[in-house]
Design a protein. Structure first.
Length: 424
């Protein structure tokens, strides 16, 4: 079963990619972008003057090759004489319909993200006359019957990286017309760069396409498929999806475009993913109390910040500290949140620190009030300013550090002289 996280690409380059190689290629890529953008503008002006015919498709296909987009077509012999009315394909990139138009001329339902100057050239049509969803199949059917050019519909509803096939929207199969499946496979050969990511705009995908040396589209047309009388619309859509998934050798999933959009939304709102590394050998697990095992897979920077918080607030569980640090990315801010009761946790039992040498400083219980998650009943303690509590907290952390490493210092009374600070 394909997980939803495997269907989206979060970064242009795969994990572990060596960016030093990209630095060497970068000047070449920028040069290709400049040249190909100029060529694309000239191509656009020429295409505007040409009628929609086979000559224009051949011209566009040749210019695609100049722009680094190569199209390989595998046609089923039985489809040569077919005249499809509806084309159905999977969704791999922003250029899908342009590539299919080189093989089979078609129209595409209106897309609001496409600039109006490009809608006519790219074949976009506003086919819906009202806002009622029940009228959409009727409007599409009327358009198809009035024009000889077929209509392309990508029923997945969202772009994936080709690892799996989303469930199809049944709209294209409610038209009661013959459907021709078209499978699209996208590859960059040996260039490790994704054509699109989960939140990339259309124009950036096009620029990255120009940046890469070669982008290869493999198209395969399949025989026409007609809905059987005893077959439901959902079963017909699933039968077409099976044909496309078999041709691409990918798995059909039970996920929809709405599920994918929700997953992308969660990824955008969640904190930055933490890099998993091996635990530092010098970091003893006992320093984290009863929950020390939960930091074994954290990176060294986050582990260091957790240890700083635990040195000051040893009764706070590591998992609570970790969750807040992932949001704040700051030790002082996390300590402040804990002191002011914004972080919910159950206190851990703090093991007493044993030392061979005599204690270097005795901390009065009332002077470390800042470690509690709620204020004391003592009015004087309640009115300690946040800065005073922070200063006491940092001084106590220094004293604990010196006790831990057997560093002899002069005795400091934090309650009698709040302005005195031990020198490290």
């Amino acid at each position: 079963m394909v997980e939803i996280s495997a269907l989206v690409t979060e970064s242009r380059f795969p994990p572990g990619f060596k960016y030093a190689l990209m630095v060497l290629y970068f000047p070449i890529g920028v040069f290709l972008i400049v040249c190909r953008v100029l060529i694309a503008l000239h191509t656009y002006m020429v295409v505007c003057l040409m009628p929609r015919a086979a000559a224009r498709r051949q011209f566009v296909r040749g210019m695609f090759g100049v722009l680094g987009v190569h199209i390989w077509v595998e046609e089923d012999p039985s489809t040569i004489s077919d005249t499809p009315r509806v084309l159905v394909s999977n969704n791999t990139s922003v250029l899908d319909h342009c590539v299919i138009d080189v093989v089979i001329s078609h129209f595409v339902p209106y897309h609001s993200n496409v600039p109006k100057p490009l809608q006519w050239v790219l074949g976009y049509k506003d086919l819906v006359t009202g806002v009622c969803k029940e009228n959409i199949p009727r409007d599409l059917r009327n358009f198809i019957q009035e024009h000889k050019i077929p209509l392309l519909i990508q029923p997945e509803g969202a772009t994936t990286n080709g690892s799996g096939l989303l469930k199809f929207n049944p709209l294209a199969f409610e038209l009661q017309l013959a459907v021709q499946p078209v499978s699209i496979h996208l590859s960059r050969l040996s260039f490790p760069c994704a054509l699109s990511t989960m939140d990339s705009p259309r124009w950036t995908d096009v620029l990255w396409c120009f940046f890469a040396p070669v982008t290869v589209y493999k198209l395969k047309t399949h025989p026409l498929m007609v809905k059987n009388e005893e077959e439901s619309v959902e079963d017909f859509a699933e039968r077409v999806r099976e044909v496309i998934s078999t041709a691409l050798t990918i798995e059909r999933t039970d996920l929809t475009a709405a599920d994918l959009a929700e997953h992308v939304k969660r990824l955008k709102s969640s904190p930055q993913t933490i890099t998993r590394t091996k635990p530092m050998p010098s970091q003893p697990a006992g320093n984290y109390g009863n929950s020390g095992s939960c930091v074994d897979s954290l990176d060294s920077e986050l582990r260091r910040m957790i240890q700083q918080v635990k040195d000051v607030l040893p009764q706070v569980p590591v998992i609570a500290v970790k969750k807040d640090l992932e949001i704040t990315k700051d030790v002082d801010a996390t300590i402040t949140n804990i002191l002011e009761g914004r972080v919910e946790y159950c206190e851990e039992e703090v093991k007493p620190v044993t030392s061979a040498s005599s204690p270097t400083c005795v901390l009065d219980k009332d002077s470390t009030l800042f470690r509690a998650s709620s204020f004391s009943r003592n009015p004087n303690d309640r009115h300690l300013s946040l800065e005073d509590r922070k200063r006491l907290m940092l001084e106590t952390a220094r004293l604990r550090y010196k006790e831990k490493h057997n560093i002899v210092i002069k005795k400091v009374d934090l309650c009698s002289d709040q302005e005195s600070r031990p020198v490290l």
